[in-house]
Design a protein around this ligand. Structure first.
Ligand code: LFR
Length: 487
């Protein structure tokens, strides 16, 4: 099977093979990705992404199935003839500034949460659509497709939206997992835009003759709906056992810190603590918090490189490991870290505003980012244990962040729990496993899939260091500096 896994900074096509001995992955194509600013708007180059997907599928050779997952919330609009109306806008664009507050005069944040389970994040699809509800583009639109669905539409001609990703729009009822068309109408989004929903495992369609030829396949290839939200696939690919009380951190551009539940938790304390309920594969729910993630680090390195001071990642991490513990800390989830830009300057400003000496060297800056992340993980993990009234025993960290040894070690110390790091490619694994089951593999439930992952891929365990400085004391200290907004 070919798994197309698209991230905000890079995309890849991975070929996965599932057999009795385990699951094997081979990356056959990788390409850089990133938003493009044009005429004041931050867009995705979605045709460029489509071209790379085709190139990757050609490189994959003969496969039994294709599945696509990507980051969430962003969408393309199609007109009545199925033509894409303009480039999809990147969720980091400023068009949603102030939209949520204005919309909450019509539907309160508390009501939205009770229905959709989504914490208010400025880029949730509902706010993006509202920001353009009076535009000619929206007037001309007949259908909205989330990015994996748009790419799947170009492969097969079939129109639909996959449920795990639909759950990030703010327009899906978290309990029934159907569109809330009344909510859409109330906020001025035409319900005609919301196409039929599909669940992971359903067939999207087969490749069109044109695509079949372009990717060099002998016959049309089935495209299978997977957990098309990358986080849904990544959490399916966590090698946890059925009885383990685990939290996960899906660590990439974002760090999604959460637990898996079987029912959404739609309470006010959950909303006020900043947790979203997102739909997972097979009816599961991820109660999670969006922590700003390694984006802040990659933007930091990009800022330095643009100024002619290229610091490569290994050097930056080595310098951070040598820097003193618990220097300045920032609220890594503060809105100023969301848009692209000069992160070192924003970090320095945040430090000054809270009476701390800003980091003076690249090593101190990177240490500040990583400790701020680890502190955010700690607060999220503790918040989850409290909300679900269940002590947690282990943290599974998956995704690109597993390569960052310092971050993994800090996370173990901060959470006071063992951190099992890996696999790095859990999203591609989750993608492949859902396809495998749809195509007939004997994988009765998610635990069977996870058991296969645990058996096939290496992980590394980080235990909390007994001699580590106290994170309890550190959290109290930073709280006294008003680093975090008061509840
Ligand atoms: C991670 C992710 C997050 C989502 C963010 C924006 O790649 O999908 O889950 O909140 O990107 O879409």
């Amino acid at each position: 099977m070919a798994a197309v896994d698209l991230g905000a900074t890079s995309g890849r096509v991975v070929v996965g093979e599932v057999g009795p001995a385990g699951v094997r992955l081979e990356e056959v194509h990788r390409f850089p990705n990133g938003p493009v600013r044009a005429g004041g708007t931050l867009f995705w180059d979605v045709l460029g992404i489509h071209r790379e997907v085709l190139a990757g599928l050609r490189a994959a050779g003969a496969v039994d199935g294709i599945g696509i997952d990507s980051w969430a919330v962003d969408y393309g609009l199609l007109d009545a003839e199925g033509t894409l109306l303009g480039n999809p806008v990147c969720y980091r664009d400023s068009r949603t500034d102030g939209v949520a507050d204005a919309l909450h005069a019509t539907v309160s944040a508390a009501e939205l949460y009770r229905v959709t389970g989504l914490r208010e994040l400025p880029f949730n699809t509902i706010y993006q659509l509202v920001s353009e509800r009076d535009s000619p583009r929206l007037a001309a639109a007949e259908t909205m497709l989330l990015l994996p669905d748009l790419l799947g539409y170009w492969l097969t001609g079939a129109v639909g939206v996959e449920r795990t990703n639909a759950s990030t729009t703010g327009l899906l009822d978290a309990t029934s997992r159907e569109w809330d068309t009344r909510l859409a109408e109330r906020v001025g989004i035409p319900p005609r835009l919301l196409p039929p929903l599909r669940s992971p495992g359903e067939l999207v369609g087969r490749t069109t003759p044109e695509v079949t030829e372009e990717i060099g396949a002998a016959a049309p290839v089935p495209v299978v709906a997977v957990g098309s939200h990358d986080t849904a696939s990544a959490v399916l690919g966590v090698p946890a056992g059925r009885d383990s009380a685990f939290a996960f951190i899906s660590s990439g551009t974002w760090s999604l810190v959460g637990v898996e539940l079987t029912e959404p938790l739609l309470t006010e304390p959950a909303r006020l603590a900043g947790f979203s309920n997102e739909a997972g594969v097979d009816g599961t729910v991820r109660l999670l918090r969006n922590v700003m993630g390694l984006w802040v680090l990659s933007e930091t390195l990009r800022t330095w490189a643009a100024a002619g001071n290229t610091v490569d990642l290994p050097a930056a991490l080595a310098a951070a490991a040598a820097a003193p513990a618990f220097g300045p800390l920032v609220d890594i989830d503060a809105p100023e870290f969301l848009p692209p830009g000069d992160m070192p300057a924003r970090i320095a400003e945040a430090c000054t505003a809270t009476g701390q000496r800003p980091p003076a060297t690249p090593g101190e800056t990177v240490r500040c980012v990583l400790e701020s992340l680890a502190m955010a993980y700690r607060r999220a993990v503790r918040g989850l244990a409290e909300l679900t009234d269940r002590p947690l025993e282990v943290v599974h960290l998956v995704g690109g962040g597993t390569h960052n040894e310092l971050l993994c070690a800090l996370t173990a110390d901060a959470c006071g729990l063992p951190v099992v790091a890996g696999p790095v490619e859990s999203a591609a694994l989750g993608n492949v496993l859902v396809q495998a089951r749809a195509l007939g593999a004997d994988l009765p439930d998610r635990w069977a899939m996870r058991e296969l992952v645990a058996r096939s891929l290496d992980t590394r365990t980080y235990l909390p260091t007994p001699a580590a400085p106290s994170w309890d004391a550190a959290e109290r200290h930073y709280a006294s500096l008003d680093i975090w907004p008061r509840p």
